[in-house]
Design a protein around this ligand. Sequence first.
Ligand code: SF4
Length: 391
Amino acid sequence: MEPAGIYLHLPFCASRCSYCAFTTFPDHEGTRDKYVESLAEEIRRVARHGRSMGGVTLPAQHGRRISTVYLGGGTPSLLTHAQMEHVLEAIHDHFILEEGVEVTLEANPETVTRQAASGWRTLGVNRVSLGAQSFRDSVLRALGRRHDGQRIGAALKEVRQAGIRQVSLDIIAGVQGDWLLDDLRQATGLEPDHLSMYLLELDEDEVGGVTSLARHVQLGRAHAPDEDWFAAVYPRAVEWLARAGLARYEISNFARPGCQSRHNLRYWRCQDVLGFGVAAHSLVAGERHGVTRDLSAYLAAARRGEEPPLERDLSGLEERTAEAWILGLRLDTGVSVDEVARRTGNRRALPPMNRLARVISAGLLVRQGDRLRLTSRGILLSNEVFQAFLP
Ligand code: SF4
């Protein structure tokens, strides 16, 4: 069996950011303790018995080789050393972590201390993804972040001094004005190994509610992010990052050579990821499923010694093939017929050329042999190209 990745969802945050659309809950040490216990149990159960849902059984995963582990959230850096150790122990007990396994921890700058970072390193964390978002204090306040601009540099230094090799920064564009290039100038000054850059989204949150920032925009108290502005500034941002040694490898992601996020590459390449914890998604042997978003239901199932409620993705082969094309096209290398066929098991994974003619003639997509790739203009209008793949 191919090696897999492991995703752990740690859903607690000290407070909720105004733009947050993720499954998170107020941090409470007692609940966090119970959750960590349940998470370790979930890992052990899936390793020993696999999973059953909707008439489908996924095989036990014990002994599977693992090449990436990602602790995401929420704010996983709120975990105490003992809590993180407990969860990682469950992984070590049941899986074979490959030589050079990438272990990423998402951290908010205000949670980083030298002691915490040294502890993370001793537990095997070798990559920290810092939620910087912006270096401008007024923007950070509007986003409801708990750190200021200066804290980002200090946190990055602590991580490096603790001996953690790779650091990534997340930057959000389009909040209260045109600060992106200034933020990137400050970010690259810290010489991160990786950077993710997103335009602020005001989507519904994961449970169908509206984020508080979206409500402010609806009430005219804050500006909506401007997609046209972002399309105009994006090429300059890409150029700036390239000059700083961070080459684009995915629409929103940039890295020094050899520092791409190996875990996130799994998602774009539709490779197996075992997801654990509330709202965690998995892809195993072509089957996608997600764990309940309901924290009480998750904890109650763990108390009964049962697996948490699961939702199986019932998309058909045609939809999964379209998704594989769309995810693969997000990468600068593009994606080939062969790769899509392998990723979906669909031996007739040919691209829908009749629907693609328009985006190809508009110069948004190029075909080189059996490989398709977005052009620079296609990257700016990627949603239009992706639409053309939908069945
Ligand atoms: S730290 Fe991240 S997950 Fe937590 S509230 Fe803020 S945006 Fe949401």
